[in-house]
Design a protein around this ligand. Structure first.
Ligand code: LCS
Length: 398
């Protein structure tokens, strides 16, 4: 049972709802079944051997592939304008598969200096044990990236926008520079989602996602995905995920596919809310600074307009009185929930320096802009006025 290929001219709103529909429903079911099976039977011994050798298509064993997981893979590949996608158990499993599956002893890896904390920790703390050297650069500026690429790395790994500082990288320029140097460009597109940014369109080689975030959108399930175009990279990533067992479970895939169907509706609301809240905070006397790609004073606002199809639902800001002020704010919110993670229908706030990015050494954190006063807000789909009222009453406590 394969996924139905979508029509070429369908727009992203339609693709979010229909990409990955199964081609041959058994009872005409509209929602794909959860194929809750670990293994698949063969009609004959010869047919089993032919499936193992790859001569005959078909499923064998769920760690190697499953129709419900495959439906989600097709949906995300289509939304990202990719040729293939491989699902993973979590976003970190997807990122680890790219790093450990593609890099070899003696390789150099260039990474953005601002990444989700555990991504930074894997690169700085785990890869060197395997003889892989990391080099962190401020990728919001092409100068340091170009200089680092002279050292001929195997791979460049970036987030744009970055978690949590909301800095951007010009993906088209970075991929041009990476190609000249013979390096692969990998973009973590979790903050933007394919609804608002498609790195493959700008010639990145691979996209990784934490599906735990806005693609699922309901803060109730974990998941990851790797998307690409090159069939050789597919073979290597698929092999690594299958062999190491970092695969997605069919029930998990079904839940994420269910969440994905409302991506356009959720993002239209959350992105509009985020831009309005960014403007509200910027004008507030208790707020020292705000960073959101949709604000004209974001240093890369023009790049955001060119590269993104929406400015996203994330923002960060600092209140006057620094960390103390931020703590008072976070402790007095009644609607916005104090929790890590992001991209759900509910708004979440957190303090990266003591939470998601606590594993990054202080000096490195501060150098890249993860200062102690920075609070990060993931804007959800609630009524804008209620979110604004909540921030107003909590800011008044400072
Ligand atoms: N990439 C980015 C940009 C992320 O923000 C996260 C998780 C991951 C990868 C890892 O995904 P996971 O393995 O959790 O599915 N970010 C989180 C955050 O900022 N707060 O809590 C989790």
């Amino acid at each position: 049972m394969a996924a139905n290929p979508p029509e070429k001219n369908w727009r992203k709103e339609t693709l979010a709802i229909h990409a990955g529909d199964l081609k041959d429903p058994v009872f005409g079911e509209v929602s794909p079944p959860i194929f809750q099976t670990s293994t698949f039977s063969f009609a004959t011994a010869e047919a089993g051997a032919a499936r193992f050798s790859g001569e005959e298509p078909g499923y064998v064993y769920t760690r190697m592939g499953n129709p419900t997981v495959n439906a989600l893979e097709t949906a995300v590949a289509t939304l990202e304008s990719g040729a293939w996608a491989v699902a993973a158990s979590t976003g970190m499993a997807a990122i680890s598969a790219v790093l450990f599956g593609l890099l070899n002893r003696g390789d150099l890896l260039v990474a953005g200096d601002c990444l989700y904390g555990p991504s930074h920790v894997v690169i700085a703390g785990e890869l060197p044990r395997f003889g892989i050297e990391p080099l962190f650069v401020d990728a919001s500026d092409l100068g340091p990236l170009e200089k680092a690429l002279r050292r001929r790395p195997r791979l460049v790994f970036l987030e744009t926008p970055t978690n949590p500082t909301m800095k951007l990288t010009d993906i088209a320029a970075a991929s041009r520079l990476a190609k000249q140097a013979g390096a692969l460009l990998v973009v973590d597109n979790t903050f933007a989602t394919p609804y608002s940014q498609r790195p493959l369109k700008w010639e990145a080689d691979l996209v990784v996602h934490s599906l735990t975030k806005a693609l699922n959108g309901h803060s109730d399930v974990l998941g990851g995905m790797i998307v690409g175009r090159d069939p050789n990279l597919y073979k290597r990533i698929k092999r690594f995920i299958t062999l190491t067992g970092a695969v997605m479970d069919p029930h998990q895939a079904w839940l994420i596919l269910r969440g994905l169907r409302t991506l356009a509706l959720r993002l239209e609301r959350s992105q509009a809310n985020a831009l309005e809240l960014a403007r509200f905070l910027e004008a507030h006397p208790k707020v020292a600074w705000v960073r959101h790609p949709g604000l004209p004073d974001h240093p890369q606002h023009q790049l955001a307009q060119r590269q993104m199809e929406g400015f996203g639902f994330m923002l960060c800001f600092g209140v006057k009185n620094g960390l103390e002020g931020g703590r008072v704010l976070m402790n007095h919110l009644r609607l916005i929930t104090l929790a890590v993670s992001l991209g759900g229908v509910e708004s979440l706030i957190q303090h990266p320096a003591s939470m998601t990015h606590a594993g990054v050494p202080r000096q490195e954190r501060e150098q890249t802009g993860i200062t102690d006063d920075l609070v990060r807000l993931s804007v959800g789909c609630e009524a804008l006025a209620d979110l604004q009222d909540d921030l107003e009453q909590a800011l008044a406590q400072i």
